[in-house]
Structures are given as structure tokens and as C-alpha cells.
Design a protein around this ligand. Structure first.
Ligand code: GLU
Length: 441
């Protein structure tokens, strides 16, 4: 049984870059018949809020993901405390008392000597007396994990064989001086506790993986399989960021985009699967293998989102559109089938529906006035059907010799007030004779 997790920090609304791992994990769970855990990484009490966490649940549901389990790290401290004690007992977690200033100076000195700015492990040499003295001075320790300092290897399902040499890293701080946990330990403890089999996340975490594998082994846990995907960037090549106010998933919802279009763009950009309409998330899950995710950049193209969104709407069935149409007071299958091919985003239908319901501003060019008078006179009698348009325009063609654009455009302009739009043969039927007469001059 596979178990995956998506682990957002509830420090803002999620954006496209966050949606990528959220959905890639979902596809993997669906493909393998596994479980999906939503884990709120909310140990940063200063920046995490319940509102953001609730918002993430809403956004995830809108995208079509339904987690099997939701856990909040803020409610699991006892587990982290137990792991902390275990690591201390094993001699893998040690207290250090340097202030940020002292650490800065150490790093500057190392750089001057041409050495990498790695923590010198001075705290490992502290005697019990030194520690007591520090405590007596009111200094609180932060806690560092003692790395093995070796090449840690793992087989990444996307990037292939990876080696992270922990010898070139500082012993990571797992616990802050105020006793709060940084991301690393809770993440590892939860992955073990929840039986996570596959960790699918952004490639910005590759070097963390080296550290995390060492900690998992120190805790006697089973190391999961890792898959690190390329990160999505905006059209300018910049990473998405909550802090920089990147467009959020809820913004796309408000702007009327289809969740499926957003999901496809968030995941299939930068993969070898084509960006095109899929029947739903399961249809993508069936096709997308992790190995199809490219190693190069994944650049989001907003114009491609628009065209994909439009393509999804152009084939959307009336049944699927109905709930939203009803809420707009726009029921009627014929109207939907007439107008859907003009939509880029669903709410565009409000504007387009005025072609049927009016009012519109008929546009009449001076040189077409006589032609339109004739058109009015030759408007066929009811009942009307889809052939009425051809009957009418053929008759006009015979009477005036007009054809092509000269024949059709003046009719379109007078009936709709614009030079593009839906099929006139269908519009005519929906309008009916009376409304057409009213629009003709
Ligand atoms: N909260 C972490 C993040 O958003 C989770 C990383 C992980 O998947 O382990 O980057």
C-alpha cells in the first residue's frame, strides 16, 4: 500500500507552485491505489494561521483532491519530543549556545580562510561545566543534529541516482532556542509515524533529503522512496511565492477558471505529456508517470491556460454547466450549446448571453442600409429551424448578388452588434422572428 503526503505550510494562500506537488502526490496515490495525507506544516507559530490552513483545504477540494487523512503538526508535539529525547540519548542531538552574531562571525572567518562556511561543531566540545555556565547566564541552547558526514545516496524516481554529501553541510538546527521545532524533525517523524512510502516534493528539497535520511536512520525508521520534481516558474522564469503575492489558486477560482485547467497547467507544464483537455484528474493520473517529469524548467504560460480553459468549455456538456448556469439565471441547453464555443472563462457567458436576451446595439453601415431593408422584407415566415438561416441568406444572395463577407457580415453586425460570435443559424432560431425584426432597421 502506498502512502503519500502533501505538506504545505499554512502561511498564506497556495499558488500554482504549491498546487504542483499537491496534485502530483494525488495522481500517484490514484495511480497506485494508495492513501493521501494532507499534512499542515504549522510549527511556525508566528506565520501559520488556522485561516490559511482552512483556505488550503478549500483550494485543494476545488482542485478535486480529497485527502484520506488530515494532520496538523501543531497537534503532534509529543511525538517530536519523544524523537528529540531518542536522538539526545543516542548522542545525535546536541545543544549549542552560539548567538546568530557569533555564527555570522564564524562564517565570515571561515570565508576569509577560504574554507566553506560550515558550522565548526565547537558545541560538541562543551563540558558539563561550560553548559551549566551558559545556562546560568540565561543562555538557552538550540539543538543540532550530528551528521555522519558521508555521501548519502538515494534513487530518485524523477531525477535518478542522487548523492548528497553531508560532509559539506553544517549540522542542521532541529530545535530553536525557544524550544520550537524547525521543519526537519517534525517532517521526518511524521513521515515515519504515518508510514509514508513515497515523498514527492520540489527539487529545492534534494539536499534536505540527505539530512533527513540520516535522521530517519538514527530514529530506526524506514527510509521512504523520494521523487523531486522541477519547480514551476511564472512566465518570466521567477518562482511562485506566497510572500511576493503570486496569483493564488483562489484568485483563479474568483476569475472563473476551470479547476481542471488550473490543475493541468500546474502539473503537466514541464512534463512530456501534452497540455490538452483531459476528462478529469483520474485520466491524468492514469497517464502521468513520475519519469515523464522533465529535469529542466517548468515555465507556466498564462496564454496556454486561457486556451486550455477555453477548450474545456467548448466541449462541456449542458449537465456539467447547468449548476453554474442556473445560478446565473441562464438555463437552456440551446443557449449553452450556442454560446459555449465563444467562452474563454465561464463567466464570459453573461456578456455573450445578451446576444440572445438583448439588449444589443445593432450596427448598420450606411452602404448596407438598402440591403438590410431588403433583408427585413425577405425574413422567412415562422416556424423557424436551423435551415431558416440558409433559406434567408440564399434568397438574399439571389436577389442582390452579394456573397461571402458582403452578404453575411452586415447581417451579423445588425443582429449581434459585433463582427465575431456564435453561429448565426442557431442564434436565429433562439431569437425568433420578432426579435430579429426589432434588430433590423
Ligand atoms: N512544508 C514543506 C514545504 O512546503 C514540506 C516539504 C516536504 O514535502 O517535505 O516546503
Amino acid at each position: 500500500m502506498t502512502v503519500v503526503r502533501w505538506a504545505p505550510s499554512p502561511t498564506g494562500r497556495i499558488h500554482l507552485g504549491n498546487a504542483r506537488p499537491a496534485l502530483l502526490n494525488w495522481f500517484f496515490a490514484r495511480r497506485t491505489g494508495g492513501r493521501y495525507v494532507l499534512r499542515m506544516d504549522d510549527t511556525d507559530l508566528a506565520r501559520s494561521t488556522r485561516e490559511f490552513a482552512d483556505g488550503i483545504e478549500v483550494d485543494l477540494a476545488w482542485l478535486g483532491v480529497t485527502p484520506d487523512l488530515l494532520v496538523r503538526q501543531s497537534e503532534r508535539t509529543a511525538l517530536y519530543d519523544a524523537a528529540r529525547d531518542k536522538l539526545i540519548a543516542a548522542g545525535r542531538l546536541y545543544p549549542a549556545y552560539e548567538t546568530e552574531d557569533e555564527l555570522d562571525r564564524k562564517r565570515a572567518r571561515a570565508r576569509l580562510l577560504g574554507k566553506p562556511p560550515i558550522y565548526d561543531r565547537a558545541a560538541l566540545n562543551l563540558t558539563e561545566e561550560d553548559k551549566a555556565k551558559n545556562e546560568a547566564e540565561g543562555r538557552k541552547p538550540h539543538w543540532r543534529f550530528k551528521l555522519d558526514g558521508r555521501p548519502v545516496q538515494f534513487e530518485d524516481l524523477i531525477k535518478g541516482q542522487q548523492t548528497v554529501n553531508t560532509a559539506s553541510m553544517s549540522d542542521p538546527v532541529l530545535i530553536r532556542a525557544d524550544g520550537s521545532y524547525l521543519y526537519t524533525l517534525p517532517s521526518v517523524v511524521d513521515d515515519i509515524d504515518l508510514g509514508i512510502t513515497h515523498v514527492i516534493r520540489g527539487e529545492d528539497h534534494v539536499s534536505n533529503t540527505g539530512t533527513q535520511i540520516e535522521i530517519i536512520e538514527a530514529l530506526g525508521g524506514t527510509v521512504p522512496t523520494f521523487a523531486h520534481h522541477n519547480l514551476l516558474t511564472d512566465a518570466a522564469g521567477q518562482g511562485f511565492s506566497k510572500r511576493l503575492g503570486s496569483q493564488s489558486i483562489s484568485d483563479f477560482r474568483t476569475e472563473g477558471y476551470e479547476p481542471l485547467a488550473v490543475a493541468i497547467m500546474a502539473t503537466l507544464t514541464g512534463t512530456s505529456l501534452p497540455i490538452e483537455p483531459y476528462a478529469g484528474l483520474d485520466a491524468i493520473a492514469e497517464k502521468l508517470e513520475l519519469s515523464m517529469i522533465s529535469h529542466g524548467a517548468a515555465r507556466f504560460d498564462p496564454a496556454e491556460l486561457d486556451s486550455l480553459n477555453a477548450r474545456l468549455l467548448h466541449t462541456m456538456s449542458y449537465e456539467e454547466a447547468l449548476p453554474r448556469l442556473s445560478s446565473m439565471g441562464l438555463e437552456g441547453e440551446a443557449i449553452w450549446l450556442l454560446l459555449r464555443e465563444n467562452l474563454v472563462r465561464f463567466p464570459d457567458i453573461v456578456e455573450w448571453s445578451k446576444l440572445v436576451t438583448g439588449p444589443i446595439e445593432p450596427v448598420v453601415a450606411e452602404e448596407d442600409r438598402e440591403f438590410l431593408d431588403l433583408a427585413k422584407a425577405m425574413l422567412p415566415p415562422e416556424p423557424w429551424d436551423e435551415t431558416t438561416w440558409a433559406t434567408w441568406t440564399n434568397a438574399l444572395k439571389g436577389a442582390t448578388g452579394r456573397k461571402g463577407k458582403a452578404l453575411f457580415l452586415p447581417l451579423r453586425m445588425v443582429l449581434t452588434g459585433r463582427h465575431d460570435g456564435p453561429e448565426l443559424k442557431s442564434l436565429l432560431v433562439l431569437l425568433g422572428r420578432k426579435a430579429c425584426l426589432d434588430r433590423l432597421p
